[in-house]
Each structure stands twice: as structure tokens, then as C-alpha cells.
Design a protein around this ligand. Structure first.
Ligand code: UFG
Length: 323
């Protein structure tokens, strides 16, 4: 039986495709290539379609015997989501509705979902636990929370069980350096930092140094993309074993400040990476750190690449290859 990976040409999706293939799974990829890259996927079966095209999606389920769906296909930029709520609700929420309906019609009973720490909004506690309040501060997080809730009711009505994985700051790249993070426009810290030694930008802007953190810059929990990939595999196995729907945070439980990220990147690249302090970016919480104890306990997940150095080293290998 095959695993259907929607959004499998995107950043986290393409690394997860590779991981499932390493586990000898047959993978079917669907991606509309709005932000994904065809060259990032070496799956046997690739469909360049939009999940909102229910007829086309249904045909994929008819062409293959699908055991589980891993759902990445969604828009994921916080800033953009504030400017384009229609597009975010349409792609994310309506996209999920179409997917669930097609799964239901084809009797596919489990779903691993790519969620985000943005569902929490401004945190109540650090580290953040799954039981903490969800109160998104942006459209992106709100759409992901709505998608989580849709799965809950589809589970209740039709027995489609799900695992929702709330990622903290995904970063790094496959060790081989053949796939990595390639957004356009790029908004994430680590790839932006690494663009400076690659001469794609002259300097980094640090958004605020007056936060209540040890050096005044924002603290985030960076998690290696291949550790996210392995969590999707464990979640899929968990569902296939007949376990109940659940929600898990995925992070390392360690926070690094923007300045610490820049310092680590300077060490790894040997480049001085000029950085200038700018205004705060609206909507940035000071500190976001995950408690992933639940994923460790229930899914048996533990990150293999927890250090910031390893994350940046792997990202750097990819940046050096990419033109
Ligand atoms: N930052 C800079 N300069 C830059 C880019 C980022 O100083 O040029 C700072 C940001 O202000 C933030 C930190 O670096 O403090 C990390 O920023 P990212 O944009 O890399 O990541 P975020 O923490 O803002 O967002 C991530 C995911 C989102 C998710 C969110 C959950 O990318 O998808 O975590 O809170 F919604």
C-alpha cells in the first residue's frame, strides 16, 4: 500500500518523501507546484495537481491503494497570510475540506497533518505544552487551527483518525545536501543568514533587540527538518497500529536567540555576516520553546540532530550546492 504525501515538493514535504522512501515505503506525491519544486521529488508517482480539484484528487485515490495521507499542502507564510486571508482560508481550510471528503469517499482512514506552533499565539507558558491555550495571532495559525478542528469532527463522524504535528522552527536540510529550504521570497532566519556568505544579500537585519530575552533578540526552538520527517513516519505507524487521534509538539526543547544563530552561522561559514538591528517585526513573540515530551513518550520520537550547529551545517551544505 502507498503513502500519499500532499505538498511533497515543498520544503518539509520533500524531506519527508525521502524519509518514507528510506523506510521502503511506496510514495505518491501530489503538489500544485505553487511553492514546491518539481526537482525536489524523486517519487515514482508525481501528480502536479491542486488538492482543491476534488475530481483529480479522487482519481489519484483510484489509481493507487492509499494506506495513509501525510498532508503538507498549504500556504505557510505568516506575513503573507495577514495580507491575503482569502487565499489562506481557500488554500488551507477549503483544501483540507476537499482532502477529507475524498479520503472519506475512498475509505482512507488515517491522516498525519503538518501543523504549527502558530496555533498557540502568544504563549502562556514556556516550554509550550499541547494542553496550553490555542489563540493564534495571525491568519496562518488560525487556518491551521481550523484544519485541526475539521479533522476532529471528521474523525468523530467517519473514523478518520489523525495526528497533528505542531512544528516549531523547521530548519536544516538533508545531510546529502541535494534538497533543502528554498522559499521565494525567503522570510526565515537561517536561510536568510546563510544567503549573506553566498553573496545573495549584503547583510542580515535583526528584527528587534529589546525583547525580554538574555540578549534582547527573539528566542526560537529550531528543529532539524529530518527530525520532523522521522516524526511523520512514527505518527503514520502510530495511526496504522490503531491508536487514537492526537496532537504533538515537535521541537528540541532548547531556545536560541537570533544573535546566537548569527554567531553559529559565522563559525560554520567562516564569513563575518554583517547584521544590523532593525525595528521589531509585528507579531513576533519573544520566546517560543516546545515541550516535546508527549511525542517522545507516545510516538517514541527523539531528535537525532538536536544541535544548532548540525542544523546550520546541513543547511549550509545545501546553500553551497544550490545556485
Ligand atoms: N528574524 C530576523 N531577521 C530576519 C528574519 C527573521 O531577525 O531577516 C527573526 C524573527 O524576528 C524571529 C526569528 O528570527 O524572531 C525567527 O524568524 P522566522 O521567520 O525564521 O520564524 P518564526 O519564528 O517567525 O516562524 C516560525 C515558522 C512559522 C510558524 C512560527 C510559529 O516559520 O511558520 O514559527 O510561531 F508559524
Amino acid at each position: 500500500m502507498a503513502i500519499l504525501i500532499t505538498g511533497g515538493a515543498g520544503y518539509i514535504g520533500s524531506h519527508t518523501v525521502t524519509y518514507f522512501q528510506q523506510q521502503e515505503k511506496e510514495v505518491v506525491v501530489v503538489d500544485n507546484l505553487q511553492t514546491g519544486h518539481r526537482k525536489s521529488v524523486e517519487a515514482d508517482h508525481f501528480y502536479p495537481l491542486d488538492i482543491r480539484d476534488q475530481e483529480a484528487l479522487d482519481q489519484v485515490f483510484k489509481n493507487h491503494k492509499i494506506q495513509s495521507v501525510i498532508h503538507f499542502a498549504a500556504s505557510s507564510l505568516v506575513g503573507e497570510s495577514m495580507e491575503k486571508p482569502y487565499e489562506y482560508y481557500h488554500n488551507n481550510v477549503y483544501g483540507m475540506l476537499c482532502l477529507l471528503e475524498v479520503m472519506k469517499n475512498n475509505g482512507v482512514k488515517n491522516l498525519v497533518f503538518s501543523s504549527t506552533a502558530a496555533v498557540y499565539g502568544e504563549p502562556e507558558n514556556i516550554p509550550i505544552q499541547e494542553t496550553d491555550k490555542t489563540d493564534p495571532t495571525n491568519t496562518y495559525g488560525e487556518t491551521k487551527l481550523a484544519m485541526e478542528k475539521m479533522m476532529k469532527w471528521f474523525d468523530q463522524a467517519y473514523g478518520i483518525t489523525y495526528v497533528s504535528l505542531r512544528y516549531f522552527n523547521a530548519a536544516g536540510a538533508h545531510e546529502k545536501g541535494h534538497i533543502g529550504e528554498a522559499h521565494d521570497p525567503e522570510t526565515h532566519l537561517i536561510p536568510l543568514v546563510l544567503q549573506v556568505p553566498r553573496k545573495k544579500r549584503q547583510q542580515l537585519f535583526i528584527f528587534g533587540d529589546d525583547y525580554p530575552t538574555m540578549d534582547g533578540t527573539c528566542v526560537r526552538d529550531y528543529i532539524h527538518v529530518m527530525d520532523l520527517a522521522s516524526a511523520h513516519y512514527l505518527a503514520q505507524q502510530y495511526l496504522v497500529a490503531g491508536n487514537r487521534s492526537d496532537v504533538f509538539n515537535l521541537g528540541n526543547g532548547n531556545g536560541y536567540s537570533v544573535k546566537e544563530v548569527v554567531a553559529a552561522a559565522r563559525n560554520i561559514t567562516g564569513h563575518n555576516i554583517p547584521a544590523e538591528i532593525k525595528e521589531r517585526r509585528p507579531g513576533d513573540p519573544a520566546t517560543l520553546i516546545a515541550s516535546s515530551e508527549k511525542a517522545t513518550k507516545i510516538l517514541g520520537w527523539s531528535p537525532r540532530y538536536p544541535t544548532l550547529e548540525k542544523i546550520i551545517e546541513d543547511a549550509w551544505r545545501w546553500h553551497c550546492r544550490e545556485e
